[in-house]
Design a protein around this ligand. Structure first.
Ligand SMILES: Cc1ncc(COP(=O)(O)O)c(C=O)c1O
Length: 393
């Protein structure tokens, strides 16, 4: 039995038990007390145990180890958001005078880092077309230190030439960082294909319930991992224990959620292609996908849960479609248990000119769909109704 505390400000011994909790405990403590200075010294020297939550806590460890297992690597860390994961890698590994090549359709905030923030710190950047490895090769400079790629681009669902880019990066000694948020280790394992660093927005499919904002970053090389960890801790991009706890709980069902959402996305893509008012459907499973063969080669039979559609009509049709489907949250996220809809022209790509959007193939009628776990027939009926309504305006 734990002792009764003598003051409310004193913490009692945590009750011990020969049995253990089945669910992962949540440990929100900011700080950990050590038995004496020598023990604390030893803890720092050996990197064992916990001292201060910004430097690490049990819920982050448990979550990171599970994602490590999925990615087939060791030593990953959890960060306060997907962007914190990207930032810790860039600020932990790059220095003024380095050059980075990034895919030209990276997630919007990563693109912003590339085009506006890294240059402020004296890091040069170039954007290149990830579907064409030669464009990455052409962008290489003597000081190129890193390449950044997402396997599946957002929102046009193009498939990067991962094999080509990895070959060039590996041959030239350039670090290849893969943002594996869309594909997840269920769809693609970057370390099996020449990547040096992997990041995730754990917020999305891995946590899966739109209730935790988290990232994950890992490098194959332990020395790089150490630098990433130091940047994370120093810049204060640590994750909260509660978010880690939620995400680890969500992760327990990740594989079945992913499989189910992917199967539904494939069915939905097929059905929507026949709906009047739909101009195009983008899903790697489809024969008419511009990178269908590459998708088969890189993703095999794992086309993922993300698809995009383009409907006839401009903004008025897009407004009518979202209004006609109030049960499909029009919300800028992905990977939730519920299907969500996003409209890049008014959200992620609103800063681009209409011409720049047109170059990417993003019109006012373009929608990205993150397929969730609903009944596929219900989703088909809901989308069909909404698209049909959109064509009446
Ligand atoms: C591919 C990709 N990477 C990174 C991020 C950033 O993640 P977070 O919102 O958790 O910071 C996102 C967010 O949507 C994303 O889609």
């Amino acid at each position: 039995m734990a002792e009764t505390p003598k003051s409310l400000a004193r913490r009692p011994e945590w009750p011990s038990s020969v049995s253990r909790p089945v669910a992962t405990p949540l440990q929100p403590s900011v700080v950990y007390s050590s038995p004496d200075p020598t023990a604390l010294d030893k803890q720092y020297a050996e990197g064992t145990g916990y001292t201060y939550a910004r430097e690490g806590h049990p819920n982050a460890t448990v979550l990171a180890q599970k994602i490590d297992m999925l990615e087939g690597v060791e030593g990953g860390i959890v960060n306060g958001s997907g962007m914190a994961a990207v930032s810790t890698v860039l600020f932990g590994l790059l220095k003024s005078g380095d050059h980075v090549i990034g895919a030209d359709q990276l997630y919007g905030r990563t693109l912003r880092l590339m085009t506006q923030d890294l240059p402020r710190f004296g890091i040069e950047t170039t954007l290149a077309d990830p579907t064409d490895a030669a464009s990455f090769e052409a962008a290489i400079r003597p000081n190129t230190r890193m390449m950044i790629v997402e396997v599946v681009s957002n929102p046009t669902i193009r498939i990067a030439d991962m094999e080509g880019i990895a070959k060039i990066a590996n041959e030239r000694g350039i670090l290849l960082m893969v943002d594996n948020t869309f594909t997840t280790p269920r769809g693609y394992r970057p370390f099996d294909h020449g990547a040096d660093i992997v990041v995730h927005s754990v917020t999305k499919l891995l946590a899966g319930h739109a209730d935790a904002t988290l990232g994950y970053a890992v490098a194959k090389d332990p020395a790089l991992n150490e630098a990433i960890y130091i940047a994370n801790t120093t810049f204060g991009m640590t994750a909260s224990p509660f978010d880690c706890w939620l995400a680890e709980r969500g992760l327990q069902t990740f594989e079945i959620r992913y499989d189910r959402a992917e199967a539904t996305a494939t069915t939905l893509a097929e059905a929507l292609a026949d709906v009047k008012g739909v101009k195009r459907v983008f899903h790697p499973s489809r024969n008419d996908h511009p990178d269908h063969n590459r998708a088969l080669q890189i993703l095999g039979n794992r086309p993922g849960n993300m698809l995009s559609i383009e409907i006839e009509g401009g903004r008025a049709a897009a407004d009518a479609m979202t209004r006609a489907a109030p049960e499909l949250p029009f919300a800028p996220t992905l990977g939730d248990v519920g299907t969500t809809l996003s409209h890049p022209a008014s959200s992620s790509h609103r800063a681009l000119t209409p011409e720049a959007r047109a170059d990417l193939g993003i019109s006012e009628g373009f929608f990205r769909i993150s397929v969730g776990l609903e009944d596929p027939d219900m989703l088909i009926a809901e989308f069909t109704k909404a698209i049909t309504e959109s064509q009446k305006v």
